[in-house]
Write a protein that binds this ligand. Structure first.
Ligand code: FBP
Length: 554
């Protein structure tokens, strides 16, 4: 029998905070037009590819008479990609705004991600269904998936499905790739006069969908708070037992925003930032040396313990490792993967690898622990990429540090003890109960998406900004997705895509970290953020991330 926890019951009752301008009821929301937009780069090319949706104006909502035509809305919503806390609230906000506008409005939820639209698998939401998911984590309300909506055949089917249900708008809740696809779908619908609008919502715990307009993607706040709680607890354990070095890998497929935010929250001895590793062209051994320096310095003070945060995507930022992965991808291309997998023993496979890699890459491969070597040959994702979440880089670096320390010991330069423990925090944070920030932000994004639909916008991203301030002061509006796009080379082709936001080495969050990390590496300066608080004083419950606060100069 299904039972509810007290927190579940309490969270069902939580009323998410909307931006002040959306609080007066849907009849009191009007549009203020901003300036026409340009894409961040490659303007001529993006304009050519998006003739119907390019250059539209940014808009903000404000208090005033709602002038939108009050036609009945039938909307479909899709959750796309990895789970992120708050996704349910986007759906709830959208549903509530639709029903507040007109009781006859209908919300379809396509199941299992974008493929649900193509396969016409859906639920129709009602109060009973929705109420079970209010302010809860996860994407289980309709499920998610990573199918890309990008081919004309898929768009034709999507159009047919929408027509069959009378759907006049689709809301896609996803990261940079999913919102890129949302923009392409919006352009297709506009070019074919299909009467279907597409609105995107910025999601990903990785925090790499942000720019001058989008201050942060939802889910980043809750996920990093969850990991930071756990890292803080580990720090306290390390400082109590004084006998382990903990290597903690945190999610973040490419960018190191999650690692950086956790470091700002917990002040560990070491945190690697992939973007810096790439910028300084650091090798595996120089990184190991850098960590071993902290281990040795602390050992000299009698502290044979510490905490190191490793971003999940780190390996691809190490130039020699990136080259190795590229060569392995080549080695496994097409039928060669089958040939490789058919080899009976690891020794046979090793010989195959030795034959196929360049001398330099083989030298890097050879120093890796066998477990990591084998992980590099695990199944690729649907786009042919190594699944970095499956590579145990926390174990890789602790093994390299151990070797480094052994050499130091042999040379009489180190006399400490090094016992490493390993952790990977990723899935633990993706479905946590959303923090108040994410619960409020997501509900606002969904509510706002409905307003964008009502006012007839297409190819827009639901935008809520001024996020470091109390929700009352948040600014709601929308921006054309094409504004965030540029042309990038993907799989040998020039493609219009939303630019991924990596950690800026000149940005305030990294600068703060850089200014403090030398002392954190030596001292025990741990900071303990504790568990997410949902009820209590505002300064405890409604705080945003340190990243956002520093970016805003707070
Ligand atoms: P999105 O970019 O789709 O939001 O997903 C991010 C992420 O959580 C990464 O941090 C992680 O590498 C990846 O998903 C794991 O993917 P999967 O859920 O398919 O194992």
């Amino acid at each position: 029998m299904k039972t509810l926890s007290p927190l579940q019951i309490a969270r069902y009752e939580y009323a998410p905070k909307l931006p002040g301008m959306l609080r007066n009821g849907v009849s009191e929301i009007c549009v203020k037009e901003g300036l026409p937009t340009e894409s961040v780069a490659d303007q001529a090319k993006i304009k050519e590819l998006f003739p119907n949706t390019y250059g539209k104006k940014e808009i903000t909502f404000e208090k005033g008479k709602n002038t939108a035509a009050s036609k009945k809305q039938v909307v479909g919503v899709i959750l796309s990609g990895g789970q992120a806390p708050g996704g349910h609230n986007v759906v709830c906000g959208l549903y509530d705004a639709l029903k507040a506008t007109n009781k006859e409005n209908v919300l379809y939820g396509f199941k299992g991600g974008p493929s649900g639209l193509i396969e016409d698998k859906y639920v129709i939401f009602d109060d009973e269904y929705i109420n079970e998911f209010r302010n809860t984590g996860g994407f289980d309300i309709i499920g998610s998936g990573r199918t890309k909506l990008e081919t004309v055949e898929q768009f034709e089917i999507a159009e047919k499905v929408c027509k069959a249900h009378g759907i006049n708008a689709i809301v896609i809740i996803g990261g940079d790739d999913s919102n890129t696809n949302a923009a392409v779908l919006a352009e297709y619908f506009a070019a074919h006069n299909s009467g279907v609008q597409v609105i995107g919502c910025p999601k990903t715990i990785d925090g790499d969908l942000k720019n001058e307009d989008i201050e942060c993607s939802f889910g980043f706040d809750t996920a990093t708070k969850t990991y930071s709680e756990l890292i803080g607890n580990i720090e306290r354990d390390a400082n109590s037992a004084k006998k382990y070095w903990h290597f903690v890998k945190v999610m973040g497929r490419s960018a190191s925003h999650v690692a950086l935010e956790c470091a700002l929250e917990t002040q560990p001895n070491i945190c690697l930032i992939g973007e810096e590793v790439a910028d300084k062209k650091m090798s595996l051994s120089s990184i190991a040396d850098y960590i071993a320096d902290s281990v040795a310095t602390r050992a000299a003070d009698g502290n044979n313990f510490g905490v190191a945060i490793i971003p999940e995507g780190i390996v691809e930022f190490v130039p020699e490792f990136g080259k190795l992965i590229a060569e392995i991808n080549e080695l496994l291309a097409g039928k060669k993967a089958e040939e490789f997998n058919a080899l009976a023993s690891w020794a046979d496979k090793y010989a195959f690898i030795e034959k196929g890699l360049t001398k330099e890459s083989m030298a890097v491969f050879a120093i890796l622990p066998q477990g990591i070597q084998q992980q590099l040959f695990l199944e690729r994702d649907p786009h042919g990429n190594v699944q970095v979440s499956l590579i145990e880089s926390e174990k890789l670096f602790s093994a390299l540090v151990k070797d480094n320390l052994a050499k130091r010991k042999a040379e009489g330069k180190y006399n400490g003890k090094f016992n490493a423990l390993h952790h990977f925090f990723g899935y633990e944070g993706r479905c946590a109960f959303p923090s108040n920030f994410d619960a409020d932000y997501c509900y606002s994004l969904g509510y706002n998406a409905c307003m964008l639909i009502q006012y007839g916008f297409n190819g827009y991203l639901s935008k809520v900004s001024n996020l470091s301030k109390p929700a009352e002061e948040w600014v709601a509006g929308g921006m054309p997705i094409t504004k965030m796009m540029n042309i990038e080379r993907r799989h040998g082709e020039d493609k219009p895509v939303i630019r991924k936001a990596l950690v800026e080495l000149n940005g305030k969050p990294f600068k703060f970290f850089e200014a403090n990390r030398a002392s954190w590496a030596k001292e025990t300066a741990y900071r303990y953020p504790g568990a997410i608080q949902y009820y209590g004083p505002r300064e405890v419950c409604d705080i945003t991330t340190r990243t956002l606060a520093l970016e805003k100069g707070e």
